[in-house]
Ligand binder design. Structure first.
Ligand code: COA
Length: 257
């Protein structure tokens, strides 16, 4: 369903981390469909090349950059690449994340740290660099991808929930600090989205058929992200919007004792 005119993102430059697969690819595609120039970034070159080709074949001005968002130096290089390719940046979508199902008992300190590093510290690295390189002087728009369970307890996802709670907090703080600089910062918290690596990784631990019956599609998330990036949301900042049809995503089944 098209909720905007086809040129609503014309001349806008959007950078989507984790933009080669799943939700990120859906977001990159929708921005492209609405006329944006799109840079996708992730750690994996192969999937980036394939996704960029898909975007270009759909008529989108798109490019790719390999980047591990945990590395501030790599993030700096990404910003330089965006400037060189597109001349500026209007919208940053912090979508890249790492996850696996594990109980707290199974989680090593490095396992916990790895997910927090990717999700929370990576989002900070990207946000800070985009601010310094682009948004500080010209304003901008940031949309972070969170998770509904960040707001409450969830089994087998203590690491991801902690990281996403941090993202929610960072979202609110950035929104307040930067509101006078014309920078809006919001988050979208997707439910279980079908055809994503995230759902695949968690599916063994999914309770019953909650994953399939309640799952939404990447396009459902993308529609909300485009809305938040558009002028229709010009007075919305510091919000975390759940897009999960109120399913709550209380997905993971505790083992019987
Ligand atoms: N259960 C428990 N611990 C796990 C685990 C699992 N299923 N998978 C990884 N870990 C732990 C590792 O054991 C390691 O800790 P250790 O050093 O104490 O053994 C730590 O996490 C780091 O794992 P590693 O594979 O070295 O890190 P990485 O940076 O290469 O990979 C991950 C990052 C862990 C997020 C990995 O799952 C990944 O690459 N995922 C792909 C992207 C993804 O997650 N997509 C879904 C997004 S929702």
């Amino acid at each position: 369903m098209n909720i905007f005119t086809n040129d609503v993102m014309k001349n806008k430059v959007v950078l989507v981390t984790g933009g080669a697969t799943g939700i990120g690819k859906g977001i990159a595609s929708l921005f492209g469909q609405y006329g944006a120039k799109v840079m996708i970034a992730s750690r994996k070159e192969q999937v980036l090349v394939s996704a960029a080709k898909d975007l270009q074949q759909a008529g989108v001005e798109a490019d790719l950059c390999v980047c591990d968002i945990r590395e501030p130096a790599a993030v700096e290089q990404l910003m330089v690449a965006v400037r060189a390719r597109f001349g500026g940046l209007d919208i940053l979508v912090n979508n890249a994340a790492g996850n696996f199902p594990a109980s707290i008992e199974q989680l090593s300190p490095n396992g916990f740290k790895t997910v927090v590093d990717i999700d929370l510290n990576g989002t900070f690295n990207m946000t800070k660099a985009a601010f310094e390189h682009f948004f500080k002087s010209a304003g901008g728009n940031i949309i972070n991808i969170s998770a509904p369970f960040a707001g409450w307890g969830v089994a087998y996802q203590a690491h991801a929930a902690a990281a996403k709670s941090g993202i929610d907090s960072l979202t609110r703080s950035c929104a307040v600090e930067w509101q006078r600089q014309g920078i809006r910062v919001n988050a979208v918290a997707p439910g279980a989205v079908i055809d994503t690596e995230g759902l695949e990784r968690l599916s063994d631990a999914l309770a019953g058929d909650a994953g399939s019956t309640n799952a939404c599609q990447a396009s459902d998330i993308a529609n909300c992200v485009v809305f938040l990036a558009s002028d229709a949301a010009r007075f919305i900042s510091g919000e975390i919007i759940r897009v999960d049809s109120a399913t709550g995503v209380d997905l993971l089944k505790l083992p019987s004792t």
